[in-house]
Design a protein around this ligand. Structure first.
Ligand SMILES: [Zn+2]
Ligand SMILES: [Zn+2]
Length: 346
């Protein structure tokens, strides 16, 4: 036996220092818990307020209870390997009682204890919901088409893009990037809570549907010496859309690119790309998206007999060289109602 080994004055067991671990634990309050914690959440969207900051809370009330209850428990610095088990019951709509069972290791001795924490839920309308309900907005994206109404597809694409931008910004933590409303009486108006977001939506819609947008800020007031603007992003979609088939002097052309100034078109008769100057007159036949498959009944030189998908009568058309065909195969056609012709588009 070493001369330096000593005995615990309380229990007489050998110990390294003064009191043995077991007796030290017995004399130490190694765990403390706040009996009551408050949690502020938004009754509309479930966001949670910590200090003065609101955050989206993706967790359920049960998970939040667990998190709050564990956080209400404090261990002394010597407490190691803490394990928590939380059970909870709802006392009322705004009171949850959580029982926290704690296991840890203190001064080398395994210990266990439990505490009860009351979670008080308080509702408060969050920054975002109060802006939305107050009709707050910083920008409007106006989607219009030049010389015509928006097509249902353009409405749908623009709406989808706006929602995707909102979702992406929200995921990135931009809480106040919300769409406050969308109206579709004359074109589409997307009213946004943050002007930065309006710009993003305008960029993405014109990238997808062509056309361009102009920016029109309007001074609405001043706050803390800073000028406040409401910004209108005015989108003008091109008169012709990608995939539109037009007839120019008896030729059928498919719009492939709608640039700012000129249209790149595909000549459906010859298979070559050309440019359609903005001043040209044309007649809109339809869009390749609306084309339908049709069966080739026979081929004789450059002429093909195609089964009209509407009447099932065989119609003879001159088959463009760029279309790969064989008897029994299918091509896509677009009917030209005005001239009663069938246009092969691919
Ligand atoms: Zn002892
Ligand atoms: Zn809210």
């Amino acid at each position: 036996m070493s001369i330096r080994e000593s005995f615990c004055p309380l229990c007489g067991q050998p110990s390294a220092g003064d009191l043995c671990g077991r007796c030290r634990v017995g004399k130490t309050r190694w765990m403390e818990a706040s009996p009551r914690v408050e949690c502020i959440t938004c009754p509309t969207c479930g966001s949670r307020k910590t200090g003065a900051i609101w955050q989206d809370s993706p967790v359920s009330r049960e998970e939040l209870t667990r998190e709050l209850a564990i956080r209400a428990v404090r261990l002394i610095p010597e407490g190691r390997d803490a394990e928590f088990q939380v059970t909870s019951r709802e006392r009322s709509p705004n009171r949850t009682i959580a029982k926290v069972q704690v296991k840890a290791n203190v001064f080398g001795v395994p210990v266990a204890d439990e505490a009860e924490v009351e979670v008080v839920w308080r509702g408060e309308t969050c920054d975002r919901c109060s802006r939305i309900s107050g009709g707050y907005f910083e920008g409007v994206v106006q989607v219009r088409a030049a010389g015509r109404a928006l097509s249902p597809r353009e409405q749908e694409v623009a709406t989808r893009i706006a929602c995707e931008v909102e979702e992406r910004l929200k995921e990135g933590g931009a809480r106040l990037s919300f769409i406050s409303r969308m109206t579709g009486e004359e074109g589409l108006d997307i009213v946004v809570g943050q002007s930065r977001m309006g710009e993003r939506i305008a960029q993405e819609i014109t990238a997808a549907l062509g056309g361009r947008y102009t920016v029109h800020p309007k001074l609405t007031g001043e706050k803390d010496g800073k000028r406040l603007y409401r910004i209108t992003y005015s989108i003008r979609l091109p008169r012709l859309q990608k995939g539109d088939v037009v007839e120019v002097e008896g030729d059928y052309l498919e719009v492939r690119e709608t640039g700012k100034r000129q249209l790149k078109v595909f000549h459906l008769g010859t298979g070559s790309m050309t440019i359609l100057p903005p001043s040209s007159t044309y007649r809109l036949v339809g869009n390749v998206r609306d084309s339908v498959p049709a069966l080739i009944a026979f081929i004789e030189g450059e002429t093909a007999g195609i089964l009209d998908p509407e009447t099932f009568a065989t119609r003879e058309v001159r088959m463009p060289g760029w279309v790969k065909t064989a008897t029994g195969s299918q091509v896509r056609v677009l009917p030209d109602k005005q001239t009663d012709r069938i246009v092969v588009v691919g």
